[in-house]
Design a protein around this ligand. Structure first.
Ligand SMILES: *Cc1c(COP(=O)(O)O)cnc(C)c1O
Length: 521
């Protein structure tokens, strides 16, 4: 007996040494997870949209250390339900109207599963020819759907690549533009390169310039105004560039935005590209959110002028039913990017690369290793087709219009910016509030000249409204501040959202507003 026990403890127990990729076990557990997620989608409305947990909640609930012995999937799934789900903000909820959507779909999900199942590392063509070739094909398909100029497609000498996020797309294109400029003016001038964006440009661009070594005193933020709906004024861009040239600097890069994050403002691409062309600069168009709806002919005009840009990107993981992460980037001159990002270590040398007949996507991005992202996009395009995708996007815009109509019809509220896509920016209107009550509430003597203070108070009221709505968990919205005005953002686009959710959301907003306004009227 003793010797048997000894043997047992010295020898690995083959019965317990599971095959970590056992096909039958994968089938059993995989089905359980699919059932779990299906049930999650089915019952998603019972959870507060915005997670209501306190910071540090999870450490209190989970063991201090990793388990020494295996645990069954059943136990783990229970813990997911009990401990993880409460700490989720439910981006797939039909009552999610915050930030921008993270629109999932069955096709996107299944494509992701396939990619994870194959788990190939497609850094160059040879490492998985299908991964590279499918990516080039779907990027051409999608480019054609967007009616991008031929020069952005592989067939026209350009090309597309799937990156993780817009931030990476910005960084990669900026580095290409930086090196192109430095090869002209000399590398010692790195401190003299200037980049331009508007005060509405996403902070991702600032991060990209920091990483790319652009001197932050040469980061020009062009001021926008309400009168031009917060789009980048080309004249101001030109005059800023001119004074930089006079100062001996080298204007290098403009980041234009189609659909800004705050209010979905659209920069005038044609005029901006013209200015940039006059000074030999690179233009990148960031259409992270709104780019997708340009597959609809009625919205395509928003990217008119893109033919003058050097690169264009949008996030299919935002409003195109493709799971995170999937940023689509097209370039007119991929060789500029490749020059900056390629490396050729001996261990990656192969005949296909040497033949120069293949795309090695490792040279189009920061990292070496890369996921097979094209699969999910391919599944989305094939499973739904162009028409259905257009109809989905248009239905979101229609729902946003409906919401906008509800807001406009209620005198206590106002929409502050014209709606371009499926985002409505609105607030409780200053006219809904009795000015004397406002002064009482702030405990100060009311003074007609004290406009700033007034302004702050109406912002406070709207801030309170947002907090009270989000704390209720029934819907989730976020805010922005433009031109000193605090705005609530209502972004339609969650895949499960239907018109009834819009009416329900409006009811919730009105109820909370009434509660808050009690103190002010
Ligand atoms: C969301 C967004 C970004 C950031 O996208 P990431 O993919 O998270 O880097 C950049 N620009 C705009 C206009 C956006 O809406």
């Amino acid at each position: 007996m003793g010797s048997l026990n000894l043997n047992h403890s010295l020898k690995p127990d083959s019965d317990n040494l599971e095959n970590l990729l056992d096909p039958e076990e994968f089938r059993r557990q995989g089905h359980m997870i699919i059932d779990f997620i299906a049930d999650y989608y089915k019952t998603i409305e019972k959870y507060p949209v915005l997670s209501q947990v306190e910071p540090g909640y999870l450490r209190k609930r989970l063991p201090k250390s990793a388990p020494y012995d295996p645990e069954p999937i059943e136990t783990i799934l229970h813990d997911v339900q009990d401990h993880i789900v409460p700490g989720l903000t439910h981006w797939q909820s039909p009552n999610y109207f915050a930030f921008f959507p993270s629109s999932g779909s069955i096709a996107g999900f299944l494509g992701e599963m396939l990619a994870t199942g194959f788990n190939v590392v497609g850094f160059n063509w040879m490492s998985s020819p299908a991964a590279s070739e499918l990516e080039s094909i779907v990027m051409d398909w999608l480019g054609e759907m967007l009616r991008l100029p031929e020069s952005f497609l592989f067939s026209g000498g350009g090309g597309g690549v799937l990156q993780g996020t817009t931030c990476e797309a910005m960084l990669c294109t900026l580095v290409a533009a930086r090196d192109q400029m430095l090869s002209k003016v000399g590398r010692e001038n790195i401190g003299n390169l200037v980049v331009y964006a508007s005060d509405q440009t996403h902070s991702a661009f600032k991060k990209a310039t920091q990483i790319a070594g652009i001197d932050q005193k040469n980061f020009r933020v062009i001021k926008t105004s309400r009168s031009t709906s917060f789009s980048l004024p080309p004249d101001l861009l030109r005059s800023t560039i001119c004074s930089d040239i006079k100062a001996g600097l080298f204007p290098t890069f403009v980041c234009a935005t189609m659909g800004t994050t705050s209010t979905t403002a659209v920069d005038p691409l044609g005029p901006i590209c013209q200015v940039a062309k006059d000074y030999g600069m690179w233009v990148h168009v960031d259409a992270a959110y709104a780019g997708s709806c340009c597959v609809c002919p009625e919205f395509r005009h928003f990217i008119d002028g893109v033919e003058g840009a050097n690169s264009f990107s949008f996030n299919a993981h935002k409003w195109f039913f493709t799971t995170l992460d999937c940023c689509c980037l097209w370039l007119k001159d991929p060789s500029a990017l490749i020059k900056s990002l390629s490396t050729n270590p001996e261990f990656l040398r192969n005949k296909a690369t040497d033949s120069k007949e293949v795309v090695d996507y490792k040279d189009w991005q920061i990292a070496l290793s890369r996921r097979f992202r094209a699969l999910k996009l391919w599944l989305v395009l094939r499973s739904y087709g162009v028409e259905k995708l257009r109809n989905m996007l248009k239905s979101h815009v229609e729902m946003a219009k409906t919401f906008e109509g509800l807001v406009a019809a209620d005198k206590r509220f106002e929409t502050v910016h014209p709606r371009n896509f499926a985002l409505v920016c609105f607030r409780i209107s200053p006219t809904a509030i009795d000015k004397n009550k406002l002064s009482q509430n702030r405990g100060a003597h009311f003074d007609d000249d004290d406009q700033d203070h007034d302004h702050e108070c109406i912002n406070d009221v709207n801030h309170k409204l947002l907090e009270s709505i989000n704390a209720s968990g029934s819907i989730y919205m976020t805010h922005t501040v433009v031109d000193g005005i605090f705005l609530l953002r209502f972004a339609v686009g969650a895949t499960l959202t239907e018109e009834s959710h819009i009416f329900m959301a409006w009811k919730v907003i009105k109820q909370h507003a009434e509660d808050i306004l009690k103190d002010y009227v």
